[in-house]
Design a protein around this ligand. Structure first.
Ligand code: IMP
Length: 191
């Protein structure tokens, strides 16, 4: 079975990705590798960050690996928070802090269109491949649902009457940015 290192210790992400990959590919985490490094992620694009994280693993361990980076791009905010989605409300802020700031900044805005965008960088034998997934939707005016993480309670995917935080992991994965990018990655891995 093929084995790949996923350049994250975020358990939500490992859970979601392993859920989509099933038993087709064996995923190893940084923890499994005994790697406790704080991997740098200081580029100003999603592509740049995904590549930086995957390169770090490849350079250090020479193991096939992939890394992703995701941002929430809100049209009325000129694409913010985008690549800065995790730290939108400041360093060490919580998911709740980010949502509070987003709802505040979106107060009174009529254009509530937004998208989640994920970029995955895969490194196989030193060679780079990029996969992108997008999910269009709108920012709600209040929180709905308790599932998921991050901005899920305030993101309603286009064509659906519930937020990501009201959907099962299965439902979310079928239409989500990371689910779609991961499907492209899987297609490549199974080639
Ligand atoms: P990351 O690059 O996957 O770590 O994502 C950066 C930030 O975007 C996270 O800290 C979350 O706030 C947000 N985010 C990423 N993916 C999702 C998602 O599927 N739902 C809600 N928020 C997300």
């Amino acid at each position: 079975m093929k084995e790949y290192v996923i350049a994250t210790n975020n358990k939500h992400k490992v859970e979601e990705i392993q859920h989509v990959l099933g038993d087709k590919v064996n995923i190893i985490t940084l923890r499994d590798l005994g790697c406790k490094d704080e991997i740098p992620e200081d580029q100003d694009t999603l592509e740049g960050n995904a590549r930086q994280k995957a390169r770090y693993i490849w350079d250090k361990f020479q193991k096939n690996c992939f890394a992703d980076d995701t941002g929430l791009e809100v049209d009325a905010l000129g694409g913010r928070p985008g690549v800065y989605s995790a730290r939108y409300a400041g360093e060490r802020c919580s998911f709740d802090d980010n949502i509070d700031l987003l709802l505040e900044e979106m107060g009174g805005k009529t254009n509530r269109n937004a998208r989640f965008r994920t970029v995955i960088c895969l490194i196989e034998e030193g060679k780079e491949f990029f996969f992108e997934g997008k999910c269009e939707g709108t920012i709600t005016t209040e929180r709905y649902g308790k599932k998921g993480f991050g901005y899920d309670p305030v993101f309603m995917p286009k064509g659906y009457g519930e937020s990501f935080a009201e959907m099962s992991l299965d439902e979310k994965n079928k239409i989500s940015h990371r689910g779609l990018a991961t499907q492209k990655l899987i297609k490549h891995l199974l080639k």
